[in-house]
Design a protein around this ligand. Structure first.
Ligand code: IMP
Ligand code: MG
Length: 181
């Protein structure tokens, strides 16, 4: 049992594997946006750790901004309705914008955010996610940059939480099924 986090079943990606992969994706991004300036938009709070690690490895000039969302659903099984709880500080009109997510699961959150940001007239808009769980996708959205495709298990670490805990873990871990904690 892991004393720091008894809910952990196993580590999926170590801290070294995560930073190695982030560096590779940052290199792809630097190549794609060479000669331009990039606006990174993070979704609070999950993408903060990934966004800062990524930004430090990107070699084109970057500006950063954050928004936060709240999602709620009318029925426990229904997909959540998403709305912006804290908006960006700045406009993004005419900018090259990269939305940075911790995980794309059903795709509802990312679709809502991409539509909302697209309506503000950026020059380009793309999505970069640390984790992608395509097996659970309900709405199809374009994911231009992804670090890891993960299995259909709940994960924590690198910004991802369980009841607001474990965001600060440097690695990505699979949670034990809830009844076994
Ligand atoms: P989507 O709208 O279904 O794509 O939901 C994505 C959001 O659900 C993410 O931004 C996370 O906040 C949360 N989420 C989905 N899967 C996990 C997980 O395995 N661990 C922690 N949070 C998750
Ligand atoms: Mg999130």
């Amino acid at each position: 049992m892991n004393k720091a986090a008894p809910e952990i079943e196993r580590i999926l990606y170590t801290e070294e594997q995560v930073s190695q992969r982030i560096a590779e994706v940052a290199a792809e991004i630097s190549e794609r946006y060479r000669g331009r300036e990039l606006r990174l938009i993070g979704v609070l709070k999950g993408s903060v750790f990934f966004l800062t690690a990524l930004a430090r490895k990107i070699e084109v000039p970057v500006k950063i901004d954050f928004l936060s969302i709240s999602s709620f659903s009318t029925k426990p099984s229904a997909p959540g309705v998403v709305r912006i709880a804290k908006d960006l500080d700045d406009t993004i009109e005419g900018e090259d914008v990269l939305l940075v997510e911790d995980i794309v699961d059903t795709g509802f959150t990312a679709r809502y955010l991409l539509q909302t940001l697209a309506a503000r007239g950026p020059n380009t808009l793309a999505l970069c996610t640390l984790l992608d769980r395509t097996s659970r996708r309900i709405v199809q959205i374009p994911v231009e940059f992804r670090c890891f495709e993960i299995p259909d298990r709940f994960v924590i670490g690198c910004g991802l939480d369980y009841k607001q805990l474990y965001r600060n873990l440097g690695y990505i871990a699979v949670m034990k099924p809830e009844r076994n904690h």
